[in-house]
Write a protein that binds this ligand. Structure first.
Ligand SMILES: Cc1ncc(COP(=O)(O)O)c(C=O)c1O
Length: 293
């Protein structure tokens, strides 16, 4: 058996080198498609049902009435991960509008391309940054307003977040936060944001991708009796926070030590960040919400 990764594409499990997407696929030409990413840890996929709920919401809103039903996606996600013999994995599933019916494509006529790609799990930040915190810039580029492209679409159009990440990396930061069009904090390229002030946890209420890790952090905060609120936050709130962290499937709970040149006051990671980080990994180690591979 070769060690080449196996990907699922339109009903087939193929070696990566044999899997092909057409150069006229609408996902490739127009970014016309949606996706989601789950992670597996120690042989269990975390919150697969919640990720599938979000994926199907994106499919429904994008009118990508799909070729595969929920059970078929679930099977493809589990089977692709198994075939790659991965216990710790980052698993991306994608549906595009596929090949058009002609040169002037009618978006109502389509044959979706469905892909599952499972890769070994890699943390968003290295060990040093996971322990000591990352540095965030605040980008001059704003996120999409909900009346242009609602951030709840988990869609393939990611050029803006690539540009923002480039801007941050070139300026020597680890990642960037962007603001919405009213100047409120929304999120970063692939993470949601939390701050802590006087023992209370705050996170933006709207203008964001509804992160599954964000929901998990709120659930754990309730279990740990940490008071929390979803509300509008400005950059000022972030500058004067006692603790700041980001969260995502790829990064878990990731402490932030500096935002736009301001060092976050107090220890990094702070006590609430540490408690939530431990609780998150305990939840995963205990197999809560885990789908066994
Ligand atoms: C823009 C954005 N915000 C937040 C997140 C975090 O979401 P989750 O916790 O579901 O990984 C992501 C994940 O890719 C993202 O792309």
């Amino acid at each position: 058996m070769s060690d080449e990764p196996i990907v699922f594409i339109n009903g087939e499990y193929l070696p990566l080198s044999a899997a092909r997407v057409s150069p006229v696929d609408q996902g490739f030409l127009l970014g016309d498609g949606v996706f989601d990413v789950v992670s597996a840890w120690k042989g269990r996929i975390f919150k697969l049902e919640a990720h599938l709920d979000r994926f199907f919401d994106s499919i429904q809103a994008a009118r990508l009435n799909h070729a595969m039903d929920r059970d078929a996606w679930k099977e493809a996600i589990i089977e692709t991960t198994r075939r790659n013999r991965l216990a710790d994995a980052s698993i991306r599933f994608i549906v595009t509008r596929g090949e058009p019916d002609g040169v002037v494509a009618d978006p109502r006529v389509f044959s979706p391309t469905c892909i599952v790609w499972a890769a070994p799990y890699v943390f968003l930040a290295d060990e040093e940054k996971r322990r000591g915190g990352i540095r965030l810039m605040i980008s001059a580029t704003r996120g999409f307003p909900a009346d242009t492209l609602d951030p709840r679409y988990k869609c393939l159009d990611r050029l803006h977040s690539q540009l923002i990440r480039l801007e941050a990396l070139e300026a020597g930061y680890d990642d960037a936060l962007w603001l919405d069009h009213s100047g409120h904090v929304s999120e970063s390229a692939a993470s949601n944001l939390f701050i802590v002030k006087k023992g209370v946890l705050y996170t933006p209420a709207a203008g964001i991708l509804r992160g599954i890790t964000r929901d998990t952090v709120l659930e754990l905060a309730s279990e740990l009796a940490i008071p929390w609120q979803e509300r509008k936050l400005s950059a000022f709130d972030v500058y004067v926070a006692d603790e700041v962290f980001t969260c995502s499937t790829a990064g878990g709970v990731l402490p932030v030590r500096e935002v736009a040149g301001r060092t976050i006051q107090g220890a990094t990671p702070g006590p609430i960040t540490r408690a939530l980080d431990s609780a998150y990994w305990e939840m995963r180690e205990a197999g809560r919400y885990g789908t066994v591979l």
